[in-house]
Design a protein around this ligand. Sequence first.
Ligand code: 5GP
Length: 302
Amino acid sequence: MAERRVVPEVDRAAASRRALERRRARAALKRDLTTRVLAPQDVLRQAVEDADSDAATMRITDFLMALPAIGAGKRDRILDELRISPVKRLGGLGVRQLSALSEWLDERFPVHTPRPGRSRLLVLAGPTAVGKGTVASHIRERHPDIHLSVSATTRAPRPGEVDGVHYYFVDDAEFDRLIDQDQLLEYAVVHNRHRYGTPRGPVDDALADGKTVLLEIDLQGARQVRAAEPSATLVFLLPPSWDELVNRLVGRGTEDAEERTRRLRTARAELAAQNEFDYLIVNADVATAAREVVDLSSGSAR
Ligand code: 5GP
């Protein structure tokens, strides 16, 4: 009689743990695709380069459904058009299928290309909790040659915040006056709550002194600066992953659950606008991201 192989308990437990980890990793990758933290081309590249990667084990159907604005009907039409069977995984695509899929992705999700040769007016934007403020503070401490703009805001100071250093804390009447007298380069209501704006005078003075000026502002403000100063350098800070962004927001513990939900909704909308920016920088490590911002300023044209 043939001997039946018995899989030891420990092996089975380890295998199911690995399978669970894989599923979790693939679910995280899908969130990165849906929120545009990762470009689909990057995920496909990972799958091709490493047959054992989480990307390689992702089903083509899951991959397509994770992309923004693709539902089941569209998914099936795309698979038909690209002649890919729905049971395929990214790591198992043939050469022709890969090139058809890459071409389709490039057309549908154009890859971000940096636009070099911009001015010394630097705008740093990015979703909530990505670490814009931390990167900006890091630059302020180490690069006194870079002028970090101090915004006016109608929100109340948080413990430790100093008027004139972190913000100019003003009331609504004062903010209205700044707008009426055209003293703000840009301004916006952020997270549907308070008003924030960039005083124009100090920015103009620092630029006239030949300094680099850094504005740490939200997406609406970045768009206004682009309209007012088309040569401004717009930098978008990306989180290393969507889950990391959520962790950072929860971890800092400064917002309640409702406010966090509101901020994450804004974050999705901001991430969807990343292609409007000249440069994308991933904030995996503050010192590295800060250096990349500073390097942009030293390479800027005017
Ligand atoms: P916070 O209240 O946490 O200090 O800042 C909230 C948001 O307001 C951040 O996303 C920050 O980038 C943005 N912000 C700060 N100053 C300005 C500003 O002058 N203009 C605009 N448009 N946004 C700002």
